[in-house]
Write a new protein. Structure first.
Length: 93
């Protein structure tokens, strides 16, 4: 085998192996849209773990001091309260 062929194989083979092993790309950023002030003022919260929780865009959110927090996995206690949420809107005169 010629030197050029050996050199080519020694460079191409490892690159081909690396290209075959590229893992799937995943998003590094999670975009969350939190309830607006008007939404919070319009709905009566459900209290869980000492925080007022709001069902917004099909996810539960709560204020933790100055920041909004949510859950990656919905707690069982809140999952059971989804049905009540639709009737919790304030009735303004």
């Amino acid at each position: 085998m010629s030197t050029i062929s050996k050199l080519l194989l020694s460079a191409v083979l490892p690159l081909a192996a690396m290209a075959a092993y590229v893992p799937a790309a995943e998003a590094q950023v999670r975009v969350s849209v939190y309830p607006s002030h008007a939404y919070v003022a319009s709905y009566e919260p459900i209290y869980y773990n000492g925080h007022a929780h709001y069902l917004y865009n099909n996810s539960w959110y709560y204020r933790d001091h100055a920041a909004w927090r949510g859950y990656d996995h919905e707690p069982d206690a809140l999952r059971g309260r989804r049905g009540e949420w639709s009737g919790r809107r304030h009735r303004w005169r």
